[in-house]
Design a protein around this ligand. Structure first.
Ligand SMILES: Cc1cc2nc3c(=O)[nH]c(=O)nc-3n(C[C@H](O)[C@H](O)[C@H](O)COP(=O)(O)O)c2cc1C
Length: 201
């Protein structure tokens, strides 16, 4: 189903507007994010569920309103991501605590739970008309060194968050083309099974 939002997902079944319209743009409008909105996005992450309520996530924040801070985090991204993420209102790095407090052993689901928290953050951002673009493409060692992240914590993903820009006025045609491409997903039959592995439900 298509609706007025330019990036609304063509879903097989109706889903909530925030799910259908969350997307990962390459073209950002380089305006800052209101601090209260960025705080609310982090608050959404805060209220994500976690095993034993250990909340194994942390976030490093770099707003473009603090250029030196922003440049430091931008410099942790791979070059391809730097080229578009430099226009985001803020950059974040999501970090996982890798030792479970309950057992003192490696946390079996810390990465999973950080991802879940970031999903909460992304939907709250979507509600504000902001967009979130996550990035596996960043230098983990450089990030660890730049922020003095202790060994018991792992940087998991970098995140660009900001106001989506107009692809038509983008300087870089390749990024504009990415943003204008049709959004695609595998059909449910390829990943929803019943009875045995691979048998579509
Ligand atoms: C953990 C994670 C890492 C990603 N890493 C990158 C990245 O380094 N560079 C990039 O351009 N997009 C990256 N993406 C964005 C995905 O390509 C994007 O989410 C996917 O194509 C689906 O598009 P949509 O989010 O607009 O629905 C990443 C997404 C996730 C969740």
């Amino acid at each position: 189903m298509a609706t007025e939002h330019p990036k609304h997902a063509e879903t097989e079944f109706p889903v909530h507007r925030l799910i259908a319209t969350r997307w990962s743009p390459y073209v950002f409008d380089p305006q800052p994010i209101e601090t209260a909105q960025l705080r609310a996005c982090l608050e959404a992450a805060r209220w994500s569920p976690s095993s034993y309520n250990e909340q194994p996530w942390s976030f490093l924040v770099a707003s473009r309103t603090d250029p030196a801070c922003f440049e430091t985090m931008l410099g942790c991204l791979v070059e391809f991501n730097q080229n578009w993420a430099r226009n985001a209102g803020a950059l974040l790095v999501a970090v996982a605590a890798t030792t479970a407090e309950a057992t003192g052993k490696p946390h079996p689901s810390a990465y999973y739970e950080v991802g879940l928290a970031v999903a909460h953050l992304a939907f709250q951002a979507t509600e504000f008309g902001l967009a979130v673009h996550q990035m596996g493409g960043f230098d983990r060692q450089r990030t660890r060194a730049a922020y003095e992240i202790p060994e018991a914590f792992d940087p998991i993903t970098a995140i660009a968050i900001g106001h989506p820009g107009d692809p038509a006025s983008a300087v870089d045609a390749a990024f504009a083309a990415r943003d204008q491409a049709t959004r695609e997903r595998k059909p449910q039959d390829e990943f929803v099974f019943s009875g045995r592995w691979g048998k579509p439900w």
